[in-house]
Design a protein around this ligand. Structure first.
Ligand code: CP
Length: 310
């Protein structure tokens, strides 16, 4: 079996384009599996996986749990809001207690950027980053790129825009790394206050002009305004933001070509995109969600294989 170059999936920055190709090829096989009447394979029958979530999640948590169950792994779920973290237990103590119960892999979401790198220095189990604060969300970027590749055949020289709250977004950074490794041209677009200073130093373009950016791109990934991470006011009002940076059918119909619309979820309907756009045939939002299960099955399978070869 071919292996990933890494024991953990901490971020897209740390993996190679060969790793991404291998994840995509493996996901192609698992996508066939989950579309069969019997959606389950015995591949991870002796593996126990803990989903450790210190932040809220709908899609990522359910998608990982389904991926694990489709692979026949044993699954335990931990949510910090109903745990002894509330009594002051540290991250390492929490995870070590879970591992003492013979857990092989940890899928973790944590609000602190770098929490997974810290944990990887202290525990032996494979770690998968399900989102670390404003830093990275690698499985989201992989499922986004995989979904785009299905529509555009390959991403070499394709123009992909990432629009919205780039400053607070882990999806943006992981997407930038992933799309660049696959040869795409990337542009971020949003109000000046929501684009990090010097973002062009990552080798991408930055624009404040939505309509010109949509005309430039083959696909636009529309990000949510993350009010929960914003201590200051970055724009006058959501209405003002929506007027300048929201995508409506009217905006799309004025473009010279049909572009693909993506969104990692959760959507604020009527803010970054209207319901009409989210539910239109240009949107691949539900394809992204479907592909998330196959991508996560591939990652868990490949990481489990890396451990057994050690
Ligand atoms: N896209 C994403 O990470 O969604 P959740 O926060 O619901 O997991």
């Amino acid at each position: 079996m071919s292996l990933l170059s890494t024991k953990h999936l901490l971020g897209i920055k740390d993996i190679s384009s060969q790793d991404i190709d291998l994840i995509f090829k493996t996901a192609d096989n698992f996508k066939q599996v989950i579309n069969r009447p019997i959606k389950k394979v015995p591949t991870l029958r002796d593996v126990t996986i803990a989903n450790v979530f210190f932040e809220n999640s709908t899609r990522t948590k359910i998608s990982f749990e389904l991926a694990e169950k489709r692979l026949s792994a044993d699954v335990v779920n931990f949510s910090s809001s109903s745990s002894s973290v509330k009594k002051g237990e540290t991250l390492i103590d929490t995870v070590n207690n879970i591992l003492a119960m013979k857990v092989d892999m940890v899928v973790m979401r944590h609000p602190a950027p770098g929490a997974h790198q810290f944990l990887a220095r202290h525990i032996d189990a494979n770690i998968v980053n399900a989102g670390d604060g404003t830093h990275e969300h690698p499985t989201q970027a992989l499922l986004d790129a995989y979904s785009l590749r299905e529509k555009l055949t390959n991403l070499k020289d394709k123009k992909i825009a990432i629009v919205g709250d780039i400053l607070h977004s882990r999806v943006a950074l992981s997407n930038i790394y992933c799309l660049q490794k696959l040869g795409a041209k990337v542009r971020v677009c949003g109000p000046p206050t929501l684009l990090p200073k010097h973002i062009e130093s990552l080798g991408i373009e930055a624009s404040y002009n939505l309509k010109e950016t949509l005309e430039w791109c083959d696909a636009a990934n529309m990000l949510r305004i993350q009010l929960e991470r914003q201590e200051d006011k970055y724009f006058p009002s959501l209405r003002e933001y929506s007027l300048q940076y929201g995508v409506t059918m009217d905006v799309l119909n004025k473009l010279s070509k049909k572009i693909i619309l993506m969104h990692p979820g959760p959507i604020n309907r009527g803010v970054e995109i209207t319901s009409e756009v989210a539910d239109s045939n240009q949107s691949i939002i539900l394809n992204q969600v479907e592909n998330g299960v196959a991508i996560r099955m591939a990652i868990l399978y490949l990481l489990a294989g890396s451990s057994s070869e050690e």
